[in-house]
Design a protein around this ligand. Structure first.
Ligand code: ADP
Ligand code: MG
Ligand code: MG
Length: 915
């Protein structure tokens, strides 16, 4: 691959007379170019053309936006080859070749970059095209599209914000009004001819330059525009969101045009070889008769559904398309997203790529493809097939059917669109992406439904902050559908009963007029749109696993989920535990596959008995504290016993008290007064203690083991509660495996101090009870010093658990509570690649972890090591933990399935790239 990228080959042809590239060259040719070559190779009908590789894009930006000197000659030669294959000549006044110029990066970036169609048309060639096709309307339709695209894309006349109007769209609308028609397909040749003249005048007026008549100038203008589009704002945003490096660059494919706008035996369309919302088999998609390329996705006319009407409208073309779809699925062993054009009854392939899908569809399709014998189990588990995070969607709420029926009875069902992204979403109507962004900046918890006629790549940021997306036009392959599926958002498209007035800020359904800010609910499973909010209900997986009110066989998705997860567990080596403080959480986590508790925070328990705990903090003598602690002991013991029972012999890691004491005291005067009354002390003494305990920087203050060291009686009480509970539950016949964890250790002596108290207490309890249980004492590794001195600490500690929240705070010197104002700016300006509190900062925090693992295991070879920070449920971080050789990750119950899958993916990735 590295050699391929370094190659100086600057043009790759594809066509019946020879194809240079293939699917393996996507780094060079982009996904689109590589697959055009591959489809040509496997004998599918693809118009001839050539691809200028990504290396030229890189060269272009490295050399002040200029090209390698030899490129012109190479392009001329490749054009000649295309001319020979098509039997037409570029710019020829009698028999002109037209081409498209298409962007395409290594990873598909749908709609983010530009494409120009019908290049080669001018006042002369348009007449030749009219004569050759015996269709003047077609020729001028193509010409007006070309001038418009050239103006928008190459001459940068596209509207910049929501207030701007596209001059070409305005002229087109005016023309339709004059002609008294609704759709551009109804305009006559004469209208289109006039439009061409008007469009050219608009270009002259806005740019001061004439529309270029020379086809070669047009071609180079388009090539440069495509390379330029790699650096447009929306492409940059998209790359950041999906972690695509800007060094990759885009390729440019130049391809002979085929025409879907020649008449009623012509069409253009997009198709999916299976449903990508739910994963059900069967080709589906959108097509438009007598139209060209962009029309389908742009939502200008409402497209027709392939699965509903193409067979009757164009039986031969339909058969060709089905056959092509099957060949492609077999060849690529995955669901394909196709772009095609039907020219006079013949299907031409213009693009294929692995289809984007919802988490639902990803699971169903991967499992089905294994069961169909197309792919192996390990292949099904790869991150490419099922991004681990997508499992989230299977756990997401849906609308309660009863609540929906009620809403329908109340007349709240507004309309029905196409179900494009599963999940239930209720929220406030928002009509502009920019408004959504602003609302979100003011309140990150705001719940919005972005409602648009259609979406375009400019809306990306707004879509990201919306809870759901609803559009009036477009089908299952429209931009809105595609992007929302990828973002895992609920989405309903093609809701044609809806009338949007952006100026008035209203959305009208028949006689109901809604305003921006009104609540609606969309059901991405069914396509229904409801007025106001609707009660949500758990997903089928949750109902089978957690609520147990649905049998596995009654569910469509659960059996496939279960099959997938059984493969996951065959492959992964990393353990997965959960962070849980209550028996109910623990049981849920077990249902999701957790193998133990990796973090039980004991302070949550104190909040349930806050008065006793406050009494302990307020006591001014050891006796006073011990008296208060004695009251707390039975509560703690019962809580731990509950956890041990729920975990049924699985390991339970219990962290001793971690937060600073002042967090438990009331700050407000009124609350202090009430507390004084309840405890029978004076307000002054409480206020004084609050003041005493106040800290300037609590994150670095008197917390963690530092509290247990100064107040050993707290550690003593907690250790006693744990060991007594363990003894009690063991006597009930349940196996127990407590692991007592000391927080925030930096010095080995801190650990030694606490360990001594814990072991002494345990010995006392065993003596009192005349028995013993196995338990371990270990520590959190959450300050940099602990990672560096891990060998000294591991000489005493039996296990480590990386507390990566604190470790990230203390390593980066960034407070998680204070980073909001600058983190977004940092991310948008590529200062740091990820939010370090979501994904482990491998170079910094990650290296400290590596040091901790190495030094820790140097002094204790069998040291058990886990992680219990938020990162334990982040797929990238889980994979990193696998690479570090940790024994387990621990995360919140609902992320357990995700962590399991990520752990399996880590093994698969390792096998694919042996180090
Ligand atoms: P995008 O990446 O935005 O999908 P494409 O390069 O795929 O852009 O072009 C968009 C559409 O333009 C295609 O789906 C196809 O319908 C049409 N198109 C592109 N090239 C040609 C061509 N040579 N002949 C006919 N239609 C074309
Ligand atoms: Mg395309
Ligand atoms: Mg911590």
């Amino acid at each position: 691959m590295a050699t391929a990228v370094k190659t100086k080959k600057y043009v790759f042809s594809f066509g019946p007379n020879g194809t240079d590239g293939d699917a393996s060259l996507r780094d060079l040719l982009g996904g689109k170019g590589a697959n055009l070559a591959e489809m040509t190779r496997i004998g599918l009908p693809v118009p001839a053309g050539f691809t200028i590789p990504t290396t030229v894009c890189t060269y272009y930006y490295d050399h002040d936006r200029t090209y390698p000197p030899e490129l012109r000659g190479l392009v001329d030669a490749a054009m000649t080859k295309v001319e020979q294959e098509m039997g037409t000549t570029f710019g020829d006044p009698k028999n002109p070749l037209l081409v498209s110029c298409r962007s395409g990066a290594r990873e598909s970036m749908p709609g983010m970059m530009d494409t120009v169609l019908n290049i080669g048309l001018n006042d002369t060639t348009v007449r030749a095209l009219a004569e050759a096709s015996h269709n003047e309307r077609f020729a001028y339709d193509s010409f007006r599209r070309f001038v418009q695209m050239y103006g928008d894309v190459v001459l940068d006349m596209k509207p910049k914000d929501k207030e701007d109007v596209d001059p070409f769209e305005a002229l087109l609308d005016a023309k339709k009004k004059v002609a008294g028609v609704q759709y551009d397909s109804e305009l006559q040749a004469g209208h289109l001819k006039e439009l061409v003249t008007e469009f050219k005048a608009a270009i002259k007026k806005q740019t001061g330059e004439d529309f270029p008549e020379d086809p070669m100038d047009q071609l180079w203008g388009a090539i440069s525009a495509v390379f330029e589009s790699w650096m447009n704002d929306r492409a940059i945003v998209y790359r950041r969101d999906y972690g695509i490096p800007s060094e990759w660059g885009t390729a440019t494919s130049v391809q002979a045009m085929v025409f879907g706008n020649l008449g009623d035996d012509c069409a253009t369309g997009v198709a999916l070889t299976r449903d990508v919302a739910l994963g059900t088999p069967g080709m589906n998609g959108d097509y438009l008769i007598n139209a060209q390329g962009e029309d389908v996705v742009a939502g200008i006319r409402r497209p027709q559904r392939i699965e509903e009407s193409l067979q009757s409208a164009m039986p031969e073309a339909y058969a060709q398309l089905l056959d092509i779809g099957q060949k492609l699925e077999l060849h690529y062993k995955d669901v394909q997203d196709l772009e095609f054009t039907i020219q006079r009854g013949k299907v031409w392939m213009l693009q294929t790529r692995n289809a984007k899908r919802t988490g639902f569809a990803a699971v169903r399709i991967a499992v089905d493809l294994v069961n169909e014998g197309l792919i192996s189990k390990t292949e099904a588990l790869t991150a490419r097939r099922i991004p681990a995070d997508d499992l989230n969607q299977l756990l997401r709420p849906i609308y309660d059917p009863a609540a929906k029926r009620r809403a329908q009875k109340e007349g709240r069902l507004l309309a029905q669109g196409i179900n494009a992204g599963p999940g239930a979403a209720s929220g406030q109507i928002c009509l502009h992406a920019a408004d959504a962004e602003e609302a979100w900046r003011n309140d990150p918890h705001v719940e919005l439904i972005l409602v648009r006629r259609e979406t375009s790549p400019e809306d990306l940021r707004g879509m990201r902050v919306a809870k759901g997306i609803l559009t009036a036009f477009g089908g299952a392959s429209s931009h809105a559908a595609l992007v929302s599926r990828q973002m895992g958002k609920s989405c309903v498209v093609g809701c044609s009963a809806m009338d949007i007035d952006y100026h008035a800020g209203t959305v009208t359904f028949d006689d109901k007029v809604l305003h921006a800010g009104d609540f609606i609910s969309i059901d991405g499973f069914t396509g229904e749109v409801f007025l106001e909010q609707i009660e949500e209900r758990p997903s089928e997986v949750i109902r089978v696993l957690i609520q147990k009110d649905l049998k596995p066989e009654q569910s469509e998705i659960y059996p496939r989920y279960a099959q997938l997860m059984s493969w996951v567990d065959e492959v992964r080596r990393l353990g997965v535990r959960t962070n849980a403080d209550e028996p109910e959480q623990a049981s849920e986590a077990i249902a999701f596959g957790a193998e133990g508790i990796g973090l039980c925070r004991t302070e949550h328990m104190f909040f349930h008995h806050i008065d006793e705990f406050r009494e302990m903090i307020l006591a001014d003598s050891l006796e006073g504290r011990e008296q208060a602690l004695a009251k707390l002991l039975p509560f703690q013991r019962e809580d731990f016993a509950g956890l041990f029972r729920a975990m049924q012999g699985r390991p339970v890691t219990i962290r001793l008290l971690d937060p600073p004491l002042h967090e438990f005291l009331p700050q407000a005067a009124q609350e202090q007064q009430q507390l004084a009354k309840r405890l029978g002390t004076s307000v002054e003494s409480i206020a004084r203690r609050v003041e005493e305990l106040e800290e300037l920087n609590p994150m670095l203050g008197h917390r963690g083991c530092r509290v247990g060291i100064v107040y050993p009686e707290i550690t003593r009480m907690q250790a006693r509660a744990i060991i007594e509970a363990a003894c009690q539950v063991q006597q009930e016949g349940v196996d127990v495996r407590p692991e007592i964890m000391v927080p925030l250790v930096g010095f080995a002596n801190e650990f030694i101090d606490q360990e001594r108290i814990i072991r002494q207490t345990a010995a006392e309890v065993f003596k009192e009870q005349g028995g013993a249980i196995d338990f371990q004492v270990g520590t959190m590794i959450e300050v940099p010093r602990a990672t560096v001195c891990a060998d000294q600490i591991a000489a005493h500690a039996e296990f480590f658990s990386f507390g990566t929240n604190d470790l990230t705070q203390t390593t980066l010197g960034i407070s998680r509570d204070d980073y909001a104002p600058f983190i977004t700016h940092f991310r948008e300006n590529d200062i740091i690649p990820n939010d370090p509190f979501q994904t482990i900062d491998r170079d910094g925090v990650g290296e400290l972890m590596r040091t901790g693992v190495q030094r820790g295991r140097k002094s204790r070879a069998d040291l058990k090591i886990g992680i219990c920070g938020e990162h334990g449920g982040d797929p990238q971080s889980v994979m990193f933990c696998h690479q570090l050789g940790l024994n387990y990750v621990s995360c919140s119950p609902y992320r357990v399935p995700i962590a399991r899958l990520a752990a399996a993916q880590a093994v698969i990735a390792e096998e694919k790239t042996p180090s």
